[in-house]
Write a protein that binds this ligand. Structure first.
Ligand code: 5GP
Length: 115
């Protein structure tokens, strides 16, 4: 197990189950195990970048791919009335799983600012 090994790596390798909603060669999206909204999907790169601040210029195309997949996944989840995208980065950002991920939340109106 490397220091980049997380539960999300296990989901990528199908070692633990997840409700996968999208997959391609670069990214995976699955339903959050503790949903904070009627729709709560976690979108991850398969490359185990621990957090957003660890992405490098080498990840430029991957980061673009990841962001562009958000719309497709939100559309397929029926989030026609809008949605929220969240990336928690590091301790103060509230990150708990150190494998970069984008939360896609929808199906209810969101509050701003978040707590
Ligand atoms: P973070 O707090 O790091 O931004 O978000 C991690 C997210 O991963 C949380 O919303 C948490 O519910 C979700 N999560 C943690 N472990 C699992 C798991 O084993 N399966 C799934 N589907 N989601 C998980």
């Amino acid at each position: 197990m490397t220091n980049q090994e997380t539960v999300f790596s296990k989901i990528i390798r199908r070692e633990i189950p997840a409700d996968i909603v999208y997959e391609d060669e670069l990214v995976l999206a699955f339903k959050d195990i503790a949903p904070q909204a009627p729709v709560h999907i976690v979108l991850i790169p398969k490359k185990p970048i621990p957090k957003l601040a660890d992405a490098t210029p080498e990840d430029h195309a991957l980061m673009g791919h990841l962001l562009l997949k958000v719309k497709q996944i939100a559309d397929e989840a029926g989030l026609d009335n809008g949605f929220r995208v969240v990336i928690n980065n590091g301790e103060d950002g509230g990150q708990t799983v150190y494998h970069l991920h984008i939360h896609i939340l929808g199906g209810r109106p969101m509050q701003w600012p978040p707590g």
